[in-house]
Design a protein around this ligand. Structure first.
Ligand code: BV8
Ligand code: ZN
Length: 242
């Protein structure tokens, strides 16, 4: 890691009054939670395309396969532990953490609920696919299989945003406001390919924020970086807050 760049990143963050982090699956990779990209390359879960499984069409086609896929992911989240990057972020009082991740590792690292904005929902809950209002927390270690909504009889599905589904309006609004008003955005472990979430990086930039990226490879946001630190989140992020 280039010590000059690391120092620069740390200086930007310590000088910033309104800091926000924007994270993707790479933040949790060192905790053993497979990233979407790994899965796309036929990674840990299944030969099926995660883009297909994480969609209403995929659920309509084969709801049991989709629920089994989430059950495997839920068990891996249950066994995972927050890594040093989660803990470094959680310890920054007043910092808002906008995440594309659906697992709860930032919460388990000690970040309070208000600090964390989950743009793509939570894998720790199921809700009614017909949106009748029923939802419930689930046990990640013993995840449910396909079952019907006790309210309306339609199927229950994970409380996450699938491809083609809109983001939760309240979370989206809070994330937009935070990114538009911040003076430093720390972008961690995201390929910055999924929209509208990835658009928040450009929004922060146009609002005058300095952009620091931590990623193991260049990403769709590299062109927006004031400082780009290529390496592992668990190693670099704690160094930025020393
Ligand atoms: C919507 C929940 C419309 C499910 C997920 C333009 C505008 C709006 C929409 C679109 C648009 N263009 C295209 C779309 C459609 C689509 C989209 O963006 N498609 C992409 C693929 C082109 N967007 C949508 O469908 C969104 N909905 O727009 O609705 C609408 C509007 C109104 C009304 C109705 C509908 C919904 C998108 C949300 C999809 N759900 N997750 C689940 O998880 O099961 S997104 C899913 O993919 C993950 O949650 C994750 O967020 C995302 C993958 O992104 P990353 O997090 O970046 O992960 P990835 O693996 O790609 O990258 C990891 C990075 O980390 C890599 O760069 C790697 O190098 C790095 N890394 C690895 N290890 C480490 C590391 N870095 C540091 N340290 C390490 N150790
Ligand atoms: Zn229902």
């Amino acid at each position: 890691m280039n010590p000059e760049l690391l120092k620069r990143g740390g200086e930007i963050l310590s000088a910033a009054a309104r800091k926000v982090s924007f994270s993707g699956a790479g933040l949790s990779a060192e905790s053993g939670v497979a990233t979407f990209r790994d899965a796309k390359s036929g990674g840990l879960w299944t030969k099926d395309d995660p883009m297909r499984l994480a969609s209403p069409e995929g659920f309509a086609d084969d709801p049991n396969l989709v629920m089994d896929w989430y059950a495997a992911r839920r068990r891996s989240v249950a066994e995972a532990e927050p890594n040093p990057a989660h803990r470094a972020l959680a310890s920054q009082t007043g910092m808002i953490h906008v995440t594309q991740n659906v697992e709860d590792l930032l919460h388990r690292a000690g970040a309070c609920g208000e600090q964390v904005i989950q743009l793509h929902g939570s894998i720790a809950r199921d809700h009614c696919h017909a949106r009748c209002g029923f939802e419930e927390a689930i046990d990640l270690a013993n995840p449910p299989t396909l079952r019907d909504c006790p309210n309306c009889g339609q199927p229950l599905r994970p409380g996450v945003v699938w491809f083609g589904e809109s983001l939760p309006p309240e979370a989206w609004q809070r994330a937009e406001d935070a990114c538009a008003e911040c003076d430093a955005l720390l972008v961690i472990g995201t390929s910055a390919e999924v929209y509208p979430a990835a658009g928040l990086i450009g929004l922060a930039k146009s609002g005058g924020a300095r952009i620091i990226i931590v990623n193991t490879e260049p990403s769709g946001a590299s062109h927006l970086a004031d400082v780009e630190l290529i390496g592992k989140a668990g190693e670099i992020v704690p160094e930025l807050f020393l």
